[in-house]
Write a protein that binds this ligand. Structure first.
Ligand code: FPP
Length: 260
């Protein structure tokens, strides 16, 4: 089954750049949207199809979402494509998912590059086959100068493991005299996270009706608005993305402060 529904290049001609919000005005378009793409298995089960059919359809939904993000003027998009817990799924499904990732890297990156998308990957990439690891490095390198959309793909990612790894590196830096524990603050700690240089998500969206974060961006989610949609990920489209953005625009963000 082909992955492509329509060429992503079509987006470039119709991109609508959102005006920057006025100083002091509420920012209606989130700078950074993070998505927990959930429901592929249920989508397939409802059609008596193998789970991989749901994941393939999920990859098509991802293409639509990238296009929607570009059209909406969202600058940063992070997707949870494979959690550290996903390795515990049946071996056949893990093989299907890594195969889909391999296919995605080989066949979709060139088009993403041409459309101004910069790719980054977070998570424990050492668990993937060497050819996939090489393709991840190449995709990051080949798209490094793009600025239209920053797409971060969480692969073999778990937030607790990320925070633990950061804490270990902080301890090592302290031990080696490179860091004074008295100067350790939130900004310094963030330099040790895999998301260094990436703004915190403004909006975290999860599909399929489940309402939890499932070990996704736990540090970075501190002040994110959460939106849960009752749509299975393979059915997700531009209208759902717009619905989540509209929901976000209605929220009053206080970052812990009292309203003025
Ligand atoms: C959750 O659905 C989804 C995943 C575990 C994988 C997400 C992968 C894609 C959307 C494929 C495209 C992405 C790349 C980069 C190859 P689930 O299987 O947990 O669904 P269920 O909860 O209904 O069983």
């Amino acid at each position: 089954m082909p992955l492509r529904s329509q060429p992503l290049a079509a987006v470039s001609a119709t991109v609508e750049v959102q005006p920057a919000p006025e100083a002091g005005a509420p920012a209606s378009v989130p700078t950074h949207v993070a998505i927990i793409m959930d429901g592929n298995g249920r989508w397939a089960a409802a059609r008596r199809l193998p789970r991989i059919a749901g994941h393939r359809e999920g990859a098509r939904a991802l293409r639509r979402t990238i296009e929607a993000a570009i059209r909406s003027g969202v600058a940063w998009l992070t997707i949870y494509a494979f959690s550290s817990e996903n390795w515990r799924r049946p071996a056949a499904e893990v093989l299907d998912l890594t195969g889909l990732l391999r296919h995605y890297l080989r066949h979709e990156v060139a088009e993403l590059r041409q459309n101004g998308v910069r790719l980054r990957f977070i998570g424990d990439r050492t668990r993937f086959d060497p050819d996939i690891q090489r393709d991840l490095v190449a995709a990051e390198r080949e798209t490094a100068s793009n600025t239209r959309l920053n797409l971060t793909v969480a692969l073999s990612y778990g937030a607790r493991a990320e925070i633990l790894a950061a804490a270990r590196r902080v301890a090592e830096a302290t031990r080696d005299g490179r860091l004074d524990p008295a100067t350790l603050d939130e900004a310094t700690f963030e330099d040790f996270l895999s998301t260094v240089g990436i703004p915190d998500p403004d909006l975290i969206l999860r599909t399929s009706g489940e309402q939890r974060l499932s070990n996704f961006l736990l540090w970075q989610a501190a002040y994110a608005e959460l939106v849960f949609l009752d749509v299975l990920w393979p059915d997700f489209g531009e209208e759902h993305f717009a619905q989540a953005l509209a929901d976000y625009a209605r929220r009053e963000r206080r970052f812990g402060a009292r309203p003025a």
